[in-house]
Design a protein around this ligand. Structure first.
Ligand SMILES: Nc1nc2c(c(=O)[nH]1)N[C@H]1C(S)=C(S)[C@@H](COP(=O)(O)OP(=O)(O)OC[C@H]3O[C@@H](n4cnc5c(=O)[nH]c(N)nc54)[C@H](O)[C@@H]3O)O[C@H]1N2
Ligand SMILES: Nc1nc2c(c(=O)[nH]1)N[C@H]1C(S)=C(S)[C@@H](COP(=O)(O)OP(=O)(O)OC[C@H]3O[C@@H](n4cnc5c(=O)[nH]c(N)nc54)[C@H](O)[C@@H]3O)O[C@H]1N2
Ligand code: SF4
Ligand SMILES: [Mo]
Length: 748
């Protein structure tokens, strides 16, 4: 029998969240995720299950969607075979069915039109909306060239629109996961180790003796497998060192919490390097054999003592020494975590380089308990005609800049959509799939300005999010529970694949991304780039190439393969060639030097708040993902709004009580659209305030989320661009409090 009791048992025994002290989560609330009104206890024999992988965040845990005879989704559980989740979904994945059940969903295609002098959306048939979109895209291409069309995507459907755009003649395909998220880390890692970290991160937390978190707030950042491994590491007695101006959940479970002054991490990292080198605690054998530029590094950090760093970071020299020694004692089973959302202060590639260098000095890259050597299954693709070669790409809009950006910059394309005198062409049309740009890119007003310059914009989404309000055409995609997508093949200790298939028919008049992209391709005369009538033909063909089949994957969901590339770690003394100019791990980076950037990271001070202002920092809540879950009734039940964390000293100064409502005003005079509740807590430094990203929705069509909490993105008007790769540093903004309603008009 599957009953409510079973569920609670699964959940509490389930995610490492419980062990991480996240019992603040209301498990009953999570239960509502699938124990909705219609959910009377049902016997397992009455339920059919279909494999899926979760789309509530990008960890992509594989699971099973259980459906009763009437076609109601009863629950979603993790797939035991899947190393991303080990059979246990996080609260968001469990509550994912709320995306399917949301009565506010987009229900049918929409076309913008003018009626009585007002712009409105009218409902349209798929045929009309597709035909109209193809016509408008052709017009843009004819007048400006196909390169003036850009795709913004995040999530599974993006691949199909990527193929469409390349066939159309444009390579301008950007995701916020680069310039707003992990781009600096990948750039820093490539410059050091010759390869990117990638997702999921190959951190061997399972076997580590010491885990160092620089801001990474694992536990609130609910990336499932990582949270589970960290919780086990804590149980095993591994040392956790957390550097964070806020007492995060991870910090509260750590042996050392270093409440660093924000924006000074590079000084701490350089001081750690100093201690490791000058106390001769680095891994000499590893460094001699595999690294390049050690002597230059040693000279560089000569004066960067813990005493020097103390004046910058406010971290006691003795603590800096003690923590460096803990790392060295654990080495090579130590992980200085590369972080994930690392676009903080504009010198982020340099900060992640410093992190990479420490890992190299400790010999953790390629070592058990450090970083394992990941492997993935390579899937074949059916033959399609070659893509036309575009005459221009987004890079032409930034001559001589961001040479080390390995992927397109979403923020860059946004900037280059606003015409300027010195740019000979700007972007004229956007296709936006699965990314809520006004809340995702910093400086919301700037994003809105860019969109207002477009000739044409089409949005593919599941919900009437802010971004849909700026579209000419809106295509409603069905949710991940109602569709097939690409086979998930992500790197891990063992290579394996996962299938997502529909558990139920698409609700309303919604369609999957592959279908929308294929229909558009056909209307644009590009049908040969989608060589199948139904996606299942393509999936079955791909699966057969690796010795499986669609039929098998529908039964098992996840399939593991043997490793082909050898051992999980470097062998002792093994000869290795790294994919860098010197063939070694570059402590001194030739690549950075060639681009005229500091070849070894340097600490530079950043602006500080003026009196009465506090640095605005932000992060994640375990039960929400960015802005996408704010309206999900299951997760909304758990957390309806964000609060602004304020230190008691600051609260006293402002005469605040817990729960007071305030508006935030930033250094450029921008005021939050909605008020936010004050949360007074010692867990935040007095010079900063903290809030969870993703709230403060301004669209009334989001009936639950509208007006709840404040939106950090509208307050982030100062963007500190990383000159190396164009990442948008977002933590250089300062806010003060308004206690009276400023009477701001909010667009709905
Ligand atoms: N201020 C601020 N900005 C940030 C961050 C921050 O912390 N603060 N974080 C940054 C980071 S790390 C990242 S990775 C990005 C994330 O950026 P996004 O992925 O853009 O974040 P979301 O706000 O979740 O927007 C997702 C959009 O996809 C839609 N969607 C959900 N499921 C589907 C689907 O199946 N199909 C389609 N077509 N659409 C779907 C949602 O309705 C929503 O409109 O944001 C970055 N921007
Ligand atoms: N529940 C949930 N989990 C998620 C997501 C989600 O939306 N919801 N999104 C996922 C994604 S795409 C990403 S990229 C990750 C992001 O999550 P992470 O990469 O783990 O975290 P960051 O956003 O970099 O950092 C947030 C932390 O940085 C601290 N911080 C702020 N300023 C500084 C500083 O100057 N120095 C230091 N050392 N710390 C500072 C904040 O106090 C906060 O605790 O989370 C992932 N996991
Ligand atoms: S971590 Fe949670 S939300 Fe993300 S994919 Fe896994 S179950 Fe889904
Ligand atoms: Mo991210």
């Amino acid at each position: 029998m599957t009953t409510r009791r079973d569920f609670i048992k699964i959940s509490t025994a389930g995610t490492g969240a419980a062990a991480l002290g996240l019992s603040v989560l209301s498990w009953n609330g999570v239960g509502k995720a699938f124990a909705g009104k219609e959910s009377e206890p049902v016997s397992d024999t009455e339920l059919k299950r279909y494999p899926t992988y979760c789309e509530v965040c990008f960890w992509k845990c594989a699971g099973w969607t259980y459906v009763d005879k009437e076609g109601n989704i009863k629950k979603i559980l993790g797939n035991e075979e899947d190393p991303h989740c080990n059979g246990r979904l996080c609260p968001r994945g469990t509550g994912g069915v709320g995306m399917y059940n949301d009565e506010d969903r987009l229900k049918t295609p929409l076309i913008r039109e003018e009626k009585d002098g007002k712009q409105v959306f009218r409902e349209a048939s798929w045929e009309e909306a597709l035909e109209y979109t193809a016509k408008r895209l052709k017009e843009v291409a004819k007048e400006h060239g196909p390169e003036c069309v850009a795709l913004f995507n995040h999530g599974s459907g993006g691949k199909y629109f990527g193929t469409l755009l390349k066939a159309f003649g444009s390579e301008n395909i950007a995701a916020p996961s680069f310039a707003q998220c992990r781009g600096p880390r990948e750039t820093g890692w490539i410059a050091t180790f010759g390869e990117a970290v990638g997702s999921p991160e190959p951190t061997d937390i399972r076997d580590t003796k010491c885990l160092v978190l620089i801001g990474s707030h694992i536990g609130e950042n609910m990336h499932n497998g990582q949270v589970q491994e960290m919780s086990e590491a804590i149980d095993r007695g591994a040392t956790i060192i957390t550097v964070d101006p806020r007492l995060s959940t991870a910090a509260s479970k750590s042996k050392y919490w270093l409440p660093i002054k924000p924006a000074t991490d590079i000084a701490l990292l350089l001081a750690w390097i100093h201690v490791l080198i000058y106390e001769e605690r680095y891994n000499k054998e590893y460094v001699e054999k595999y690294t390049y530029g050690f002597d230059l590094l040693k000279e560089h950090v000569k004066d960067m003592t813990p005493e020097w760093a103390y004046g910058i970071t406010t971290i006691e020299p003795s603590v800096i020494r003690k923590t460096a020694r803990e790392m060295a004692d654990a080495a090579p089973a130590v992980i200085v975590h590369p972080g994930r959302h690392v676009t903080w202060y504009g010198d982020d590639t340099q900060r992640t380089r410093a992190i990479a260098i420490i890992n190299a000095l400790l010999g953790s890259w390629g070592s058990r308990g450090g970083f394992y050597l990941k492997e993935k299954v390579h899937l074949a693709h059916q033959k399609i005609p070659p893509f036309p070669k575009p005459n221009r790409t987004w890079r032409d809009a930034f001559p001589g800049q961001y040479g080390l950006a390995s992927l397109a910059l979403s923020s860059g394309i946004c900037d280059a959509t606003i015409p300027t005198d010195d740019r000979d062409c700007s972007f004229k049309a956007w296709i936006v799939s699965g990314t809520n740009l006004p809340l995702t890119l910093p400086n919301m007003q700037h994003t809105i300005d860019a969109m207002s310059h477009l000739d044409f914009m089409v949005v593919i989404d599941t919900m009437p999010m802010e971004v849909t309000g700026y579209a000419d055409v809106v295509f409603p995609e069905c949710t991940y529970l109602e569709r097939y997508d690409d086979i998930r093949t992500s790197p891990h200790r063992e290579p394996y694949i996962a299938l997502r298939m529909p558990a139920v028919e698409p609700k309303y008049n919604t369609k999957p991304a592959w279908w929308i992209a294929k229909q558009l391709a056909e209307k644009l005369g590009l049908g040969e780039y989608f060589p199948y009538d139904d996606i299942t033909e393509q999936l079955d063909w791909q699966l057969k190439q690796v010795g499986s089949s669609l039929e098998e994957m529908q039964r098992i969901g996840v399939k593991k393969f043997d490793r082909q590339d050898g051992a999980l770690y470097f062998k002792k003394g093994e000869e290795l060639e790294f994919n860098t100019p010197s063939g070694k791990i570059e402590l001194w980076s030739n690549e950075m030097a060639a681009e005229n950037f500091d070849p070894i990271p340097v600490y530079t001070p950043h602006p500080e708040p003026e009196e009465g202002f506090y640095r605005l920092i932000y992060g994640r809540a375990p039960m929400h993902t960015f802005s996408r879950t704010a309206n999900n009734h299951n997760l909304w039940d758990l957390k309806k709004e964000n609060a602004v964390w304020v230190n008691p000293k600051v609260a006293k100064l402002w005469d605040f009580n817990n729960g007071d409502l305030v508006w935030l005003k930033n250094q450029d005079g921008v005021v939050s659209s909605f008020p936010i509740k004050v949360r007074i807590t010692e867990r935040i430094r007095w010079d900063s305030v903290y809030m969870v990203h993703g709230f403060g929705h301004s669209k009334k069509s989001l009936s639950r989320a509208y007006g709840h909490g404040a939106n950090d993105s509208e307050l982030i008007t100062k963007v500190m661009i990383d000159p190396v790769m164009g990442g948008t540093g977002m933590r250089g903004n300062f806010v003060t409090f308004l206690q009276e309603d400023p009477g701001k008009e909010v667009e709905a």
